[in-house]
Design a protein around this ligand. Structure first.
Ligand code: 8YV
Length: 313
């Protein structure tokens, strides 16, 4: 029985790639000098695709793979996967929830601390000699007692809330519906933003949440407020974000995701009141290994005719 043939759009972790290589015939579109030629040769035989959150797979690519049975992504986000095209063909889709929740929530708290306590500026202040030349670093603002508004209280949003409580932060949130908790629920992102000192985007990406953090929401966070994004760049109106940060109508921003990646807009990245991270919230060895193993295990389940571990479709 020939091994199932698998198309790699974006590589997995080394150990997991080695596992895939023993189980399947792999075709590395990510490394191909002539991707069109590779696809022309192998497309009719491809039964599975491995991808990541940023790479996804387009409707055109799906249409070019007539034997495709499953798309396994090493990400919790599926916004770069054309789910409608997969659903129309009965193609299974799996992702990697839960294993990355803690790291992503940690990154949100890291960005809150980095931005509100100006840790990047403080580092530069010492390293540049400014401390000796200019005296004490300017005072910042205490976290304790501040209000954190979380946009989207799913697994990651809830983990962020859990981490905020020991810092003495008050929690508010908005979501499709109120949940059974002691946090303050707000019907709209704008109402939440008006209440918040720190506004954290923790929603999935995609068409349903595009620019959910609008110019009005950004203005509602206000000149002493902070916007934190560990979701997707598409969730915020980035042009409005830049304008509000430049005009002092938003105090600061801590960002792990951007409208354009990896070449984030310099009009944003060069501002003095932003803290930046290269879409790295799940970027630890332990978590990326766990995500990669879920890809391997989901493919194994599929080809064994067993239930998928983390199905999206
Ligand atoms: C990954 C992510 O950085 O899980 C997601 O949706 O965006 C991140 O965990 C990305 O998908 C690369 O694997």
């Amino acid at each position: 029985m020939p091994k199932p043939e698998v198309l790699i759009l974006s590589p997995n972790r080394p150990d997991q790639m080695a596992q895939l290589d023993t189980l399947y015939t792999l075709h590395r579109l990510d490394l191909a000098k002539d991707p069109a030629a590779l696809l022309a040769e192998v497309a009719p035989r491809i039964r599975a695709v491995v991808t990541t959150g940023g790479r996804g797979i387009t409707a055109a690519e799906i249409a070019a793979l007539p034997a495709l049975e499953i798309v396994a992504t090493s990400s919790v986000g599926t916004d770069a996967i054309d789910l409608a095209a997969c659903k129309a063909r009965g193609i299974a889709v799996t992702n990697t929830p839960d294993v990355l929740t803690d790291d992503v929530a940690d990154m949100a708290l890291g960005l809150i601390l980095m931005t509100r306590r100006r840790l990047v500026d403080g580092h530069a202040y010492v390293a540049s000699g400014d401390w000796a030349q200019k005296g004490p670093f300017p005072l910042t603002s205490a976290l304790k007692g501040k209000k954190v508004g979380i946009l989207g209280l799913g697994r990651i949003g809830q983990a962020i809330a859990d981490r905020c409580l020991p810092f003495g932060l008050q929690i508010g949130y908005t979501a499709r519906s109120a949940k059974a908790n002691d946090f303050q629920f707000f019907e709209t992102p704008e109402a939440l933003a008006s209440w918040s000192d720190i506004f954290v985007a923790a929603t999935p990406g995609g068409a349903d949440t595009k620019h959910l953090v609008s110019a009005k929401v950004i203005e509602a966070i206000g000149p002493n407020g902070t916007f934190i994004n560990i979701a997707r760049g598409s969730v915020v109106d980035e042009a409005a974000l830049i304008d509000a940060l430049k005009g002092g109508r938003l105090g600061s921003a801590g960002l792990d995701v951007f409208a354009s990646e990896p070449k984030a807009d310099p009009a944003l990245t060069q501002l003095p009141n932003v803290s930046l991270s290269p879409h790295h919230a799940s970027g630890t060895v332990e978590t990326r290994d766990a995500m990669a193993q879920l890809v391997v295990d989901n493919l194994a389940a599929h080809f064994a005719g067993a239930a998928l571990l983390t199905p999206v479709l």
